[in-house]
Design a protein around this ligand. Structure first.
Ligand code: ATP
Length: 234
């Protein structure tokens, strides 16, 4: 199942946010979406997941498809049913549900069940009865990843999943992503940690002002300091 995004355009009210985004994620591939703050990474993910209307935005052009099925216009639950799972920016765990309830709320059958997620993040099992709002930031991030895995996604999308975490937790999230990659999980990743994404990802897509300006593999990106200087440094 391949995710295909072609000539994607989107806006919030009258303000354009995306003008021409192109990317693809093939079966078992790990692809990162890179670019400085405000260049359109989160908006691209929201467009894919059908989440733009809920934040006052809309897709204004282009083509979005997963496994050949058009995504444009589908509401978030229908996109999820096609096999796309999101770890959203800012985690967004359900604050008044317990850890266990958070995990099962959107679960779908497959290899990722409670036991598998607790095996991946033992801390979540220890905290199973605690409410989402009483977790530390790191625990919330593990919960957000676990919750997305429990939907047994064909493609897992993570938006800044290592942002603002203590080093140990961050290392745990990277280890989790490396394991998922080894197991053949398709992943679309937004993350600013270049050294990690160069190691983990097969390909990279750079956005600048709502447009795809470069795409290529890790070797090409590692060998192009001018690209990093121009498009990635803040
Ligand atoms: P960041 O790393 O800061 O999250 P980003 O690359 O993900 O950046 P987006 O969040 O997609 O960028 O933002 C793209 C543009 O859309 C920016 O100009 C931003 O101000 C605007 N934007 C994002 N969300 C909204 C919203 N809910 N309403 C209006 N404008 C928005």
């Amino acid at each position: 199942m391949t995710l295909e995004v072609e000539a994607l355009a989107a806006a919030y009210g009258p303000a354009p946010a995306l003008a021409d985004v192109a990317l693809s994620v093939g079966e078992g591939e790990v692809v990162t979406l890179l670019g400085r703050n405000g260049m359109g990474k989160t908006t691209t993910v929201r467009a894919i997941m059908g989440l733009l209307p809920s934040v006052g935005g809309r897709v204004t052009g282009g083509r979005l498809a997963f496994g050949g099925a058009a995504l444009g216009g589908r509401p978030p639950h229908a996109v999820a049913r096609l096999g796309l799972g999101l770890v959203p920016e800012g985690r967004q765990v359900f604050p008044t549900l317990s850890v266990r309830e958070n995990l099962v709320a959107t679960a779908r059958p497959g290899p990722w069940d409670l036991r598998a997620v607790y095996g991946l993040f033992p801390r979540l099992e220890e905290r199973a009865a605690n409410l989402g709002r009483n977790l530390s930031g790191g625990e919330q991030q593990m919960l957000a990843v676990g919750r997305a895995l429990m939907t047994n996604p064909r493609l897992l999308i993570l938006d800044e999943a290592t942002e603002g975490l203590a080093p140990l937790v961050r290392a745990e999230i990277w280890a989790c992503l490396e394991r998922l990659k080894r197991e053949g999980q398709s992943i679309l990743l937004i993350d600013k940690n270049l050294s990690h994404v160069l190691r983990l990802a097969d390909r990279h897509v750079i956005l600048e002002k709502g447009r795809t300006v470069w795409s290529g593999d890790s070797a090409a990106l590692a060998a192009a300091p001018e690209l990093r200087e121009r498009f990635l440094h803040v």
